[in-house]
Design a protein around this ligand. Structure first.
Ligand SMILES: Cc1cc2nc3c(=O)[nH]c(=O)nc-3n(C[C@H](O)[C@H](O)[C@H](O)COP(=O)(O)OP(=O)(O)OC[C@H]3O[C@@H](n4cnc5c(N)ncnc54)[C@H](O)[C@@H]3O)c2cc1C
Length: 413
């Protein structure tokens, strides 16, 4: 079949490489001059900075993305983070397994019960995750730890996700573990997918925005670009359901889908990329920072792939949620204050290379976890992929890959 894909982000590239492997004729249209969307690298002073992601794959080789990259024979190598992470509390770093030891015997028992519910899947609950937790324990540090986990992994607070979705996520986290760092960072993944697409005869048109999705008699039949019109049997869109509906015309969709999509929220955030003359963390995992004013977590990916920085240097990245009630400028100032408090020798060894704010069409997640819609658009031959349509329980790029898998299975059927 002739398949047209809108967007060469991770979702579009995964869909393209998978469909080519199945023998389809694939053409991808990307409005920018480069592939990868929010999952690729660019160079600054010899450091491999990223257009979005923190160079991490949540479940390393074992999740939907790692599995798909292996099945596609991309050769992408993913370095497991050992340790997975630490939590900095009162100036000391603790492994997750050491955290219960910080609490009173009574709270420790409650925490172990909560951990068991999160590991083995508790009864579904429509409360927010914060409400769910507060019913089980009243402890400020537990809430701070939870918010830093949600902030780093999902770019939201514990009251912006349902308990149901959080339990689905933590069940997968406990089963599959992770994270991992792909060798070459984000671009190590997306460049391997582009290679597969090109080797398989697929085409990628850069600087070619789609301006219209052609719908005839309730079926997607083609795409309009500044280079002309293209006919397709199937259209896969990686630009998010909201933008896809605009390009196809809202009148072609079920109106409950259109109004549902209008209510979906992006998750927004701020990332700082920092050049370090010495390793500030000294391990490839995440440092969660529950007591910081704004920063939720930090990584230092050069402990997994030293080539993401010039020889002898390290790349550290921070992440913090946005929409905390202040403007981005004030949020960034608070983030910088955090860094100086977390690392008293910060100014001696570190230089902030870049601060990026992610919102409004270039967010951390196009839909908050648990708010996604289905990959099915309801229009014959038109499918959604990408982080606007993550299946329940899968975060970030794992959600992108799990969603692509559903679309590929359905096209094959
Ligand atoms: C700060 C930050 C940190 C993150 N950290 C991680 C992490 O460490 N690990 C992780 O797993 N995930 C992380 N993520 C999330 C991850 O980056 C995204 O889930 C993923 O990149 C989304 O890919 P996508 O294909 O859905 O969307 P995109 O990357 O946005 O791709 C969409 C593509 O469509 C193109 N496009 C848009 N409109 C048109 C049009 N009209 N015509 C043609 N092309 C068009 C865009 O230019 C873009 O290239 C992070 C994100 C951010 C912002």
């Amino acid at each position: 079949m002739r398949i047209g894909i809108i967007g060469a982000g991770l979702g579009g590239l995964l869909a393209g490489a998978s469909l080519i492997k199945l023998g389809h004729d694939v053409t991808i249209f990307e409005k920018l001059s480069y592939f990868g969307g929010r999952f690729t690298n660019f160079d600054k002073k010899g450091f491999g900075l990223s257009t979005g992601a923190l160079h991490m794959i949540p479940h390393a080789e074992k999740g939907p993305l790692g599995t798909m990259l292996k099945e596609l024979d991309t050769g992408v190598e993913i370095v497991y983070c050992k340790p997975e992470g630490y939590y900095r509390i009162d100036g000391k770093d603790y492994l997750q397994s050491e955290l219960p030891g910080l609490f009173s015997i009574k709270d420790k028992a409650k925490i172990l019960a909560i951990v068991a519910s999160l590991k083995f899947g508790a009864a579904p609950d429509d409360a927010t995750f914060r409400e769910w937790l507060q019913k089980r324990i009243d402890n400020e540090l537990v809430m701070q730890i939870t918010d830093s986990f949600c902030g780093w992994g999902l770019s939201i607070n514990a009251d912006e996700i349902s308990a149901r979705e959080m339990i689905a996520i933590t069940t997968n986290v406990n089963k599959l573990r992770g994270p991992g760092v792909p060798v070459g960072g984000c671009m190590g993944v997306t460049s391997a997918l582009v290679r597969k697409i090109e080797e398989g005869g697929g085409k990628i048109h850069y600087k070619t925005p789609i301006t219209k999705i052609k719908i005839e008699h309730g079926k997607a039949t083609g795409l309009k670009t500044n280079e002309g019109n293209f006919d397709f049997d199937i259209v896969v869109s990686d630009i998010g359901p909201k933008e896809t509906i605009k390009l196809a015309g809202p009148e072609n969709f079920d109106q409950s889908l259109v109004s549902g999509i209008d209510k979906i929220n992006e998750s927004c955030g701020i990332k700082m990329s920092i050049a370090c003359k010495k390793p500030m963390l000294g391990h490839p995992g995440i440092l969660f920072t529950p007591q910081a004013k704004r920063i939720d977590g930090i990584n230092e990916v050069t402990n997994a792939d030293p080539f993401l920085a010039p020889e002898g240097m390290h790349l550290m990245m921070t992440h913090q949620r946005l929409n905390m009630g202040m403007g981005a400028k004030e949020e960034i100032e608070l983030g910088l204050t955090d860094l100086r408090e977390l690392f008293p020798d910060f100014d001696e060894h570190c230089e902030v290379l870049l601060v990026q704010t992610f919102k409004k069409g270039w967010p951390v997640n196009r839909s908050r976890s648990g708010e996604s819609v289905s990959h099915q658009s309801g229009v014959d031959g038109l499918y959604f992929v990408g982080d606007g349509v993550k299946p329940s329980g899968w975060i970030e790029t794992e959600g992108v890959a799990a969603g692509v898998k559903l679309v590929i299975d359905e096209i094959e059927k």
